[in-house]
Design a protein around this ligand. Structure first.
Ligand SMILES: Cc1cc2nc3c(=O)[nH]c(=O)nc-3n(C[C@H](O)[C@H](O)[C@H](O)COP(=O)(O)OP(=O)(O)OC[C@H]3O[C@@H](n4cnc5c(N)ncnc54)[C@H](O)[C@@H]3O)c2cc1C
Length: 189
C-alpha cells in the first residue's frame, strides 16, 4: 500500500541535490528507505534523510530520468511513497564513526542526528558537499574530505578515516556512499 504526501518544503542542498520535506507519520529508523513513485517514469528507492515524529524528508541527487523529474516538483505537489523498508543501522555501539560519501550522506544523516557521533562527510569537491551544516548542529566533530582539496582534507573519505583512526578508536563505523568507498572502508576496518 502506498501513501500520498504533499511536499511542504524544498531545500537546495547543492547544484544537483534537493531535499523534499513532507508530513508523514510512520516510524522510520535511521538508515531505512522508502520507494518513491514518479508517474510515467519509475519507482525509485530513496533513503529517509530527515526523521521527526510527523515530518520526514528525502534528499535527491538528479542523475537520471526519475530523479531529474523529481527535481521539477514544487512545494504543494504530491508524491506517492511506500515503506519504510530495510533494517536501518544498528546504533547500539557506544563509540561510532559515521561516514557519508556523496549523496550517501543523506542516508547516514538521521544516525548523525540521533547519536551525535563523529562524522566524516566526503565529496568530489566543495560544490558537491551536502548536509554539512546540519551535521555540525548535532555532532561536535564533523570532518570534511574532498577529492580535489577544495574543502577540508585533500583526499577521499577512506584516507581521512585512516588519519582519524590514528588518534581515536571506534567500536563501529557506519558508512553509506559509492561502492568503492564502502569496499575500502570495510577493508580498512
Ligand atoms: C536503498 C537505496 C537508497 C537510496 N537512497 C538515495 C538517496 O537518498 N538519494 C539519492 O539521490 N539516491 C538514492 N539512491 C539511488 C537512487 O535510487 C537512484 O539514483 C535512482 O534510482 C536513479 O534513478 P533515475 O531514474 O533518476 O536514474 P536512471 O535513469 O536509472 O539512470 C541512472 C544512471 O546514472 C548513473 N549513476 C548512478 N549513480 C550515479 C551517481 N551517484 N552519480 C552520477 N551518475 C550515477 C548510472 O550509472 C546510470 O547510468 C538509493 C538507492 C538505493 C538502492
Amino acid at each position: 500500500m502506498s501513501d500520498v504526501v504533499v511536499i511542504d518544503e524544498i531545500i537546495e542542498d547543492a547544484y544537483d541535490t534537493k531535499t523534499f520535506v513532507f508530513k508523514w507519520d510512520p516510524e522510520v529508523r535511521p538508515g531505512q528507505f522508502i520507494m518513491v513513485w514518479i508517474p510515467g517514469t519509475d519507482e525509485i528507492p530513496m533513503s529517509v534523510s530527515g526523521i521527526s515524529e510527523h515530518v520526514k524528508s528525502i534528499t535527491v541527487k538528479a542523475i537520471g530520468d526519475a530523479t531529474r523529474r523529481l527535481h521539477e516538483y514544487k512545494v504543494g505537489d504530491r508524491i506517492s511513497i511506500r515503506g519504510p523498508f530495510g533494517n536501518g543501522f544498528d546504533l547500539s555501539s557506544k563509540n561510532v564513526l559515521i561516514i557519508g560519501g556523496g549523496v550517501g550522506t543523506a542516508a547516514v544523516m538521521p544516525a548523525v542526528v540521533q547519536t551525535g557521533a563523529d562524522t566524516i562527510i566526503a565529496a568530489r569537491s566543495d560544490k558537491d558537499l551536502i548536509l554539512v551544516e546540519k551535521a555540525k548542529k548535532y555532532s561536535g566533530n564533523v570532518w570534511i574530505a574532498t577529492d580535489d582539496g577544495s574543502a577540508g582534507f585533500h583526499g577521499n573519505a577512506v584516507q581521512l578515516m585512516r588519519e582519524k583512526l590514528k588518534d581515536k578508536k571506534y567500536d563501529c563505523i557506519l558508512a553509506c556512499g559509492p561502492e568503492v568507498m564502502l569496499y575500502f572502508t570495510y577493508k580498512a576496518c
